[in-house]
Structure formats: C-alpha cells, structure tokens
Design a protein around this ligand. Structure first.
Ligand SMILES: [Zn+2]
Length: 245
C-alpha cells in the first residue's frame, strides 16, 4: 500500500463514558465516544467532541460511568484544544457536540443541511447549542461526500439526523476503518433491512445510508467498522492511549 505523507498515521478512539441501558428484552451496554486522527504531516483531526460536563441528563436516565471528557483525553496525549486543526461534526446531538466551543482555532466541518436545520432552531439540537453555536467558531459547510484529506473521506449518512456524517479513514497498517458513528449505533443494526433506533429521524434515509455503508465496506474491503454506541463492541477495540496505525 502506498502511504501518502499527509494521510492518516494514527487513529485514536476516545471512550468518553459507558452506561447500561435497560430495554424490554435485555440490558444493553452503551458507550459514548469520539475520535482523533493524526496525519503524517502532523495535523490533528478530531471527530466529534462528546457530551459536555454541564449537561444535565433526565432523572430517569441510566447512570453514566467511566467518564473522561474529550479535553482530558487530549491532555493525556499531550494535546491542547488549539492543537486541533479540523473538527469534523457528525451531527449536533448533545452527546456529540458538547465541547465544540473549546476548538476556536480549528475549522469545523459540517454538512450544510445539518447546520441549517440546527441553526433554524430545531429543538433536538438545543441541548448543546450554547456549545456549537458560537460566533468564534469557524464552520465550513459541505454538501455530500467529501475528501477531507488524503485518506480521510466524509460520508453523508442522513437518517439518524439530516446531514449526519460518517468517516472512512485509510490507515497504513490497519487499512480502511469506517467510523459509522450514529448512522449505525450498534453492530446488530448493520444489515440492509435494519430497524431504526430511538430518535432516528427518517427510517427510509437511515436504511439507504446503512446500505451505502454496507456497499462501501464490501467495495473498499473495510476490515474494521466502529459502531457509534456499541458498548460490547467497544470493549474489544483499542482505545486511547492505544491507537490504530
Ligand atoms: Zn449519539
């Protein structure tokens, strides 16, 4: 495999918290996470920023454990928020956009239709709005799939939310890794006839996006797909300070 000097060199998975969520059938282990890509030319691309410490979860919500926020994860790697060059915003749900305002030196990349829906005041994105809607933040709005850097492709995967983004990262050793994020939150949903997950916005788009990712995995021979909130899967993955290279 040829290695582009500006391409991804390391992929870190930041596990931000875990929770055991009761469902009618069984309890499900859920995880919340975000991601850091280090490129061969020393750039840092962060993907999502997680739930902010000031967010008050509803009283009935299951207790959240093992909390370490994105800033603490970065500090553990010797990084400051100003070291982040690009922040990819999958979407503005509270558990994904809670620290955007810490990244004032970065360029923030979001799908135009997502940004516009959120800015229009959609209540779903109100929880973290104080963190993602700040004049100091430099947003770049994109439309559809987008080659962000050599070996880093943003994939428009609407359905969970309009303009949700997943990310394909091509690593020198591991090969292509797909970060599905909330397009596919759990491994058992990664099939062509999948059912939606609570709070998914549009079932038809969700299924189309899932099929798009299934096709991509086959076409690009993706060896690792990371699901957005799958606690059982995340137990098996390398997490920061370990990394995929
Ligand atoms: Zn989520």
């Amino acid at each position: 495999m040829t290695v582009n000097a500006a391409g991804p060199r390391r992929l870190y998975l930041f596990q931000l918290s875990t929770a055991t969520v009761p469902t009618p059938k069984r309890a499900i282990e859920m995880v919340s996470g975000c991601y850091l890509i280090e490129t061969g030319d020393g750039k840092h691309i962060l993907i999502d920023s997680g739930l902010s410490d000031d967010f008050e979860s509803p009283p009935a919500a299951p207790p959240v454990e093992n909390e370490q926020n994105v800033l603490e994860h970065l500090a553990a790697l010797g990084l400051h928020p100003d070291d982040i060059d690009i922040l990819v915003c999958s979407h503005f749900d509270v558990d994904h956009a809670g620290y955007h305002d810490a990244f004032t030196k970065a360029e923030l990349i979001v799908q135009r239709k997502h940004y516009e829906q959120a800015r229009s005041g959609h209540p779903r994105y109100a929880g973290a709005r104080v963190h993602w809607d700040q004049p100091a933040l430099q947003y770049r709005l994109i439309d559809g799939d987008y080659e962000l850097a050599p070996g880093v492709t943003l994939l428009e995967t609407s359905g969970h939310a309009p303009g949700h983004q997943s990310v394909l990262v091509r690593l020198p050793q591991t090969g292509p890794v797909l970060l599905a994020i909330d397009a596919v939150v759990m491994q058992f949903l990664f099939n062509p006839d999948r059912v939606p997950w609570p709070i998914d916005d549009n079932e038809e788009q969700l299924r189309a996006s899932t099929r798009k990712l299934l096709d991509l995995v086959e076409r690009e021979h993706v060896g690792l797909v990371v699901f957005g909130h799958d606690g059982a899967q995340w137990k098996t993955l390398k997490k920061a300070p370990e990394y995929y290279d």
